[in-house]
Structures are given as structure tokens and as C-alpha cells.
Ligand binder design. Structure first.
Ligand code: SAM
Ligand code: SF4
Length: 532
């Protein structure tokens, strides 16, 4: 997470777009049917459908066991598919998508592709998309429009769409009808199939659509191309919470945990490779292990085991307040590499709205949880996610959110205007709150968060904090940038050889969204290399 709120996340009113017009396939002809795949001709474009997303199947939560697969995703014969070719991936949305992109980069490079940041040089361009809010989807359709001219100039370019939007039948239908120059659409459960799908797109010349809507298995041993000092580690996939506003349980499948031995082996390997920080990822990490039938091992146990691994900083995201138990608080309070920052999305301060969001906790429960966390970890920094303008939110209910934010003193927050997602229960709820009112509420909330962020940073004035130096400041090459254990952004002067090291920095001038400081000491490694 980056420090600071993201400002207006939804700058224009949601229009409740009607995608049904994209489902008129009356002019589609079946060209071929074999091996369970059907090739249609729609407006002159051949489209092979291996699997279409199904909202009904995405909603299902059956009892069948989750299988873990360890096979290699890139067979020998596809290891030269990308020889002499370049790939580019644009990533939208959350850390989960960032991490999926790392996996796809790993797959591309095992196939012999080289990376590029220049779209005109790329032989394959993928858009790894986000469906959480409508404006994220609009950005993707805008980008697809821009890429059309490139595709027309360079017809051999393979253009693909993957990620959460691909799990929506309406989106796939729209691309098939309106953006027929796209070559490949695949879903969040089909990432490991990328080598085979690329091969089909290259040799078949048809648009290939493969979006499984299953609840999901776990695919281990996928290559990952990570860069920098910090690494994401998935500990679980999917979500079973079904908050009424949220599309994630449909696009990401059922809640399923990776086996602790696989997670721990990956973290050990990252430590060996010299990563300084890991972030454990899941939509609801506190539900980790609930799906194990052969052992009683939960998120607190995993954190307690990872605490013993020699990696300097361990973070996790995202925590659902409902499953945050005392045992986890007890483990986090042991400190060490478990940093004192918790991102704890509250979404609203009104128990009535929380009930309609189906968050399954009340304002009182949340405040009590915060009290217990603060008691055990007095210097903890709390950040959150908040949605304003949920259908029917009254002024009083919004003010309950403001008062909760004030009471908890969140150090920063991601704040959003509610965006209706087709197929979710909240999208059917009556909404009598005008968009302008929602915008004003967001502004009021953002102003309060800014005030609290400054207050939280001011508390550090004069203190010396440990900073992991990540790079040079965007605005001044003589200034280094890094993060404190509590994830606060800090700038200070120092030599570039300190990048990647831990430096003690004295806080001199706290600002609203960042802190200025002065190096209080040379880092340990730098001191050793200079014989100090
Ligand atoms: N699993 C995480 C949790 O429960 O906190 C969050 C995952 S979601 C990708 C990130 C954030 O997006 C949520 O915490 C919520 O604030 C926001 N969000 C999700 N659906 C939304 C919607 N329909 N409109 C506005 N914001 C939404
Ligand atoms: Fe969405 Fe709720 Fe699951 Fe988070 S916990 S991903 S907000 S359904």
C-alpha cells in the first residue's frame, strides 16, 4: 500500500451501463466444433471459445476438495516460443494483480520472451485488468481503443486481456463484438495456461477465449519474475465473504489456502535471494487455514513460523476485521520482523451500513478489536479502506464513519465512492443518494484523513526510525526515499549506494503524506564495506 488516500476514485457517476446489446450473437456462425472448443465467425472474425465465464458458476461454493498441482506450466516444446520476441504487460488494480503479473512475466521468460517497456517493440501485449470499480474498467476499454491503431499497423502483434474483467461474461461479450482485434482473453484461473493459449493464438490466428469459472485449485511451482527488494507472497486465493458490493468472490473463486510448507519454502528462498521485505497476500488473510481438513493451522501459526525466518520485514494484506483473533494479536505483538503496521479495512462506521454490506461485524466490534490491538502493540500504525455513498447511506450514517475514523486515528486510508457492480446484491439496492452528495462526502472524508495523517507523522518528529532505502526521490536525485517499518514514506539525503540497505533516519520535518529526515547513522553494510 502506498501512503495517502487515492482521492476521488470514481470521478463520474456510474451509469449502470447496459451490456446486453453485446450478447446479440444472432449473426454468429459456427465454423468448427472439436475437442470441446467451438469456433464462431462473428462479423468476419473467427473466435475460438475454449470456455466462457459463467456468473452462476462463479457464485457456487461446493464441497469438492481443493487440489494442489505441482506440474511444470511451460512444457519443453514451448520453451522457445518467444525466442527473438518481446512482451509487455499493463497491470491495473490491487497487489494480487501485481503479483499475477510477476507470474506471467516468469512464464513469458521461460518461453524465451524478453521484456520491453516500449509498446511499439512488443510482440505480445497483455492488459491484466481490475473489475472492482467501474472506472478501472473504463480505463481498460480506453487503453484497448488506443492499442487498436498499433494492432492495425502491426497485425502480427498478439493483444490479450486477462485478470478480473475477463471473468465477467458481459466484458468478454463486449470485447468479442466491439474489439474484435483482441487475440486472447483468459481468466484468473487460467494464468498457468498462458503458454498453451499463446501458442493457440499464434498458430490458429483466431481470437482465443478461455475463462474457467471454477472455484479454483492451487497451482504451485509457477515461475515468478520479481524485481527490487520487496516480494509479494500469495498465502491464499479467492474469497468467500461475499460483501454485498464486491465482485472479487466471483472473479477470484473460492477461499483456498496454500499449504504452509509451500509458503514457508518460498519465504526461505526469498530470504536466501536477499529480499528485505515480504508481503503475504490474500483477500482475507485472517481466513488462512480455515479450509484445511487435515490440520489445525491458521494465520497466527503461519506468522509465528515466518517470524523465525531471517527476512527483515514481514507485512500482510488484507485483514478482514471479523476473523482477526486474539491469538494473531498475540503473535504480532512479538514484533521482530513482524512490523507494527496493520491495514484493516473498515468500509463504514455505521453498524447499519456494515450490516447491509454484509461485513459481519459492527462498529462496536471494530472499535473493540482496535482497542485490543493497541493494548498489545502500543506503537501500531493502522490504515484502512472506506467506501462512501453506499446505497441509501444517510448523512448521519456517513458522520458515524467520520467519527469512527477520528476515534481510531487511522494514519491513512484508501477511500472510494461506491461503484455498483453488476450481479452483486448491492447493485440491486435502491440508491437515493445523489452523486454530488457522495462526492462531497468523499472530499470531507479525505480532508479528515489528511489531518490525521499529518498528526500521525508529527508524532515522529525528533525520533530516529529504521528506513529501508528503496531508491532515489522522484523529484530530486540527491535525495533517497524509503519506508519505515510502519510503511511511512520518508526522504533524506544520502549516497545511492545505500539503496537496498537499512538506515537510521532522524525525523526532522513531517508532512501530510511523507516525512523529511536526516541520516542518523551509516547503514551497517555500508559501514562494513568502508572498513568502519
Ligand atoms: N479483501 C479486501 C477487504 O475485504 O478489505 C479488499 C479487496 S478490494 C480489491 C479493495 C477495496 O476496494 C475494498 O476494501 C473496498 O473498500 C473497495 N471496493 C470493493 N468493491 C467496491 C465497490 N463496488 N465500490 C467501491 N469500492 C469498492
Ligand atoms: Fe471483497 Fe469483502 Fe472479499 Fe474483501 S472480503 S474481497 S471486500 S468480498
Amino acid at each position: 500500500m502506498t501512503q495517502g488516500n487515492r482521492g476521488p476514485a470514481n470521478p463520474k457517476p456510474d451509469t449502470g451501463k447496459d451490456y446486453s446489446k453485446y450478447f446479440d450473437f444472432s449473426d454468429a456462425k459456427i465454423v468448427k466444433e472439436e475437442n470441446g472448443k467451438t469456433t464462431y465467425r462473428i462479423k468476419g472474425r473467427d473466435i475460438t471459445i475454449n470456455a466462457m465465464p459463467s456468473y452462476k458458476d462463479e457464485k457456487k461454493r461446493g464441497k469438492e476438495e481443493i487440489r494442489v498441482h505441482y506440474e511444470n506450466a511451460v512444457p519443453e516444446e514451448l520453451r522457445t516460443l518467444g525466442r527473438g520476441k518481446k512482451y509487455l504487460i499493463y497491470t491495473y488494480g490491487c497487489q494480487m494483480n501485481e503479483h499475477d503479473t510477476e507470474v506471467m512475466r516468469g512464464l513469458f521468460e521461460e518461453m524465451g520472451f524478453a521484456p520491453t517497456t516500449e509498446r511499439t517493440e512488443a510482440d505480445v501485449i497483455l492488459l491484466n485488468t481490475c473489475a472492482v470499480r467501474e472506472n478501472a474498467e473504463d480505463k481498460v476499454f480506453g487503453e484497448l481503443g488506443h492499442l487498436k491503431s498499433l494492432k492495425l499497423e502491426k497485425p502480427e502483434l498478439i493483444l490479450g486481456v486477462c485478470g478480473c474483467m475477463s471473468q465477467e461474461a458481459a466484458v468478454v461479450g463486449r470485447i468479442m463484438q466491439k474489439h474484435a482485434y483482441v487475440d486472447l482473453i483468459f481468466g484468473t484461473h487460467n494464468i498457468h495456461r498462458l503458454p498453451h493459449l499463446l501458442q493457440e493464438a499464434y498458430f490458429g490466428k483466431e481470437m482465443v477465449v478461455e475463462v474457467w469459472s471454477k472455484e479454483g485449485d492451487i497451482i504451485e511451482n509457477l515461475p515468478k519474475k520479481r524485481e527490487g527488494l520487496r516480494a509479494w507472497v500469495n498465502i491464499m486465493y479467492g474469497c468467500d465473504k461475499f460483501c454485498t458490493y464486491c465482485i472479487v468472490p466471483y472473479t477470484r473463486g473460492k477461499e483456498r489456502s496454500r499449504l504452509p510448507e509451500d509458503v514457508i519454502a518460498e519465504v526461505r528462498e526469498l530470504a536466501r535471494q536477499g529480499f528485505k521485505e515480504i508481503t503475504l497476500l490474500g483477500q482475507n488473510v485472517n481466513a488462512y487455514g480455515k479450509d484445511f481438513t487435515d490440520r489445525n493451522y491458521r494465520f497466527a501459526d503461519l506468522m509465528d513460523d515466518i517470524r523465525k525466518i531471517d527476512i527483515p520485514r514481514v507485512r500482510f494484506t488484507t485483514s478482514h476485521p471479523r476473523d482477526f483473533d486474539d491469538r494473531l494479536i498475540e503473535v504480532l505483538a512479538k514484533g521482530g520482523n513482524l512490523v507494527e503496521h496493520i491495514h484493516l479495512p473498515v468500509q463504514s462506521g455505521s453498524s447499519e451500513i456494515l450490516k447491509r454490506m454484509s461485513r459481519k461485524y459492527s462498529r462496536e466490534h471494530f472499535l473493540d478489536l482496535v482497542r485490543r490491538i493497541r493494548e498489545a502493540i502500543p506503537n501500531v500504525v493502522l490504515t484502512t479502506d472506506i467506501i462512501v455513498g453506499f446505497p441509501g447511506e444517510t448523512e448521519e450514517q456517513f458522520e458515524e464513519t467520520l467519527s469512527l475514523v477520528r476515534e481510531v486515528k487511522f494514519a491513512s486510508a484508501f477511500t472510494f465512492i461506491y461503484s455498483p457492480r453488476e450481479g452483486t446484491p448491492a447493485a440491486e439496492m435502491e440508491d437515493n443518494v445523489p452523486y454530488e452528495v457522495k462526492q462531497k462526502r468523499l472530499e470531507r472524508l479525505n480532508a479528515l484523513i489528511a489531518e490525521l495523517s499529518l498528526e500521525s507523522n508529527l508524532q515522529l518528529k525528533g525520533q530516529t526510525v529504521e528506513v529501508l532505502v528503496e531508491g532515489v526521490s522522484k523529484n530530486n536525485p540527491n535525495v533517497l526515499s524509503g519506508r519505515t517499518r510502519s510503511n511511512k514514506l520518508i526522504h533524506f539525503e544520502g549516497p545511492q549506494e545505500w539503496i537496498g540497505q537499512f538506515v537510521k533516519v532522524k525525523v526532522t520535518a513531517p508532512q501530510t503524506w511523507y516525512i523529511r529526515g536526516e541520516a542518523a547513522d551509516v547503514p551497517v553494510q555500508a559501514a562494513l564495506s568502508h572498513g568502519a
